[in-house]
Ligand binder design. Structure first.
Ligand SMILES: [Zn+2]
Length: 335
């Protein structure tokens, strides 16, 4: 089961008991799952649609208990959903108007204009804010598994994002909003915000799972950082050795190493054979082993020969080139 499905299953078990919270939950479910269908004479019917049968049952019971409305329940196999069953709850016309007024989405005095209101308590009481956010998640939310990334989102339509943003902000959460096709997606990207939102909604089991994953993820990240650092150092060492081996090989093909001072010839031959070796390791392979700093000094002298040869070679001056190779630039090592 996905983490999202796990959270929803847990939230389904949280039942709003208070009258105020039931209305708040109905408000969020109406905003996320319902649409208005026009009937004759400018009258409307509210129609709820969901693929989740448990959510359909929840809406049915809320309408009955809180509003004494019995919606018409139908099922429909939906081609768009790959043949999955869609639960459809239709609220009769007269009851639709009463429900919209109770949800503060309709004011009869204003000629029956439907707008994006929410019950006052949803904005002022903590219990109702929690009920609203929980229902909005059940209707239109999803959350990514915390071992991948921190991301929780609500997909809203019809300008309902504002109310949800306000409620999250009042609960100390920092939501962001973005457009995705014709929807406004309200989302959380910080681990702390996702945790706060799970706590607000009452998904305490999922919250514990997430905290456990966070702890092991942080430990894993730390180990990965250390390993990446080692690998980067190793890479640097490899690429320097490879560069040296390549330069020495190119030089020996053009001039042979025979013209170089014997100590540099020896080091050059060993480097060509062992591009991956560290300077310390190279030092141990010499006939007369020397330490890292000695190898470093000798390697610099060798590379100076090769690089200066390249500069002169680029000028196509064979005379100067030949004269240079004969010169011994190996200085005595200060140690
Ligand atoms: Zn309440």
């Amino acid at each position: 089961m996905s983490f999202s499905a796990q959270v929803k299953q847990e939230l389904m078990r949280v039942r709003p008991e208070k009258h105020c919270c039931m209305l708040s939950e109905l408000s969020a479910l109406t905003q996320t799952c319902a649409s208005l269908r026009l009937s004759g004479g400018g009258r409307v019917r509210l129609v709820y649609e969901t693929e989740n049968p448990a959510l359909a049952k929840r809406i049915f019971l809320l309408l009955k208990r809180r509003m004494e409305i019995t919606p018409l329940l139908e099922f429909n196999r939906h081609k768009r959903l790959g043949g999955r069953r869609l639960s459809i709850l239709t609220v009769p016309e007269a009851e639709s108007t009463r429900l919209l007024v109770a949800l503060r989405m309709l004011q009869e005095s204003e000629g029956g204009t439907v707008f994006k209101g929410v019950p006052r308590a949803a904005l002022t009481r903590r219990c109702c804010r929690a009920a609203f956010v929980r229902a909005a998640f059940l209707g239109a939310g999803s959350v990514t598994s915390p071992d991948q990334e921190y991301h929780l989102e609500f997909v809203t339509t019809g300008g309902h994002a504002d109310a949800l943003m306000k409620m999250l902000e009042k609960s100390g959460i920092q939501p962001r909003v973005t457009k995705r096709r014709d929807t406004d997606v309200v989302y959380l990207r910080r681990g702390d915000d996702v945790v706060s939102c799970l706590a607000l909604m009452g998904a305490h089991g999922a919250l514990l799972d997430m905290e456990n994953t966070r702890i092991s993820r942080d430990a894993r990240n730390q180990a990965n950082r250390a390993r990446n650092c080692d690998e980067a150092n190793l890479k640097k060492q490899l690429s320097t050795g490879e560069k040296q081996a390549r330069a020495i090989t190119a030089y020996s093909l053009a001039h042979s190493l025979g013209g170089l001072p014997p100590l540099l010839q020896e080091l050059g031959r060993i480097r060509m054979l062992h591009p991956e070796a560290s300077l310390e390791e190279l030092g141990q392979m010499l006939a007369k082993p020397i330490g890292k700093s000695g190898v470093n000094h000798r390697m610099r002298a060798l590379m100076t020969h090769i690089l200066e040869d390249k500069k002169i070679g680029d000028g196509n001056d064979d005379q100067a080139n030949a004269g240079f190779i004969g010169r011994n630039t190996l200085q005595p090592h200060p140690d």
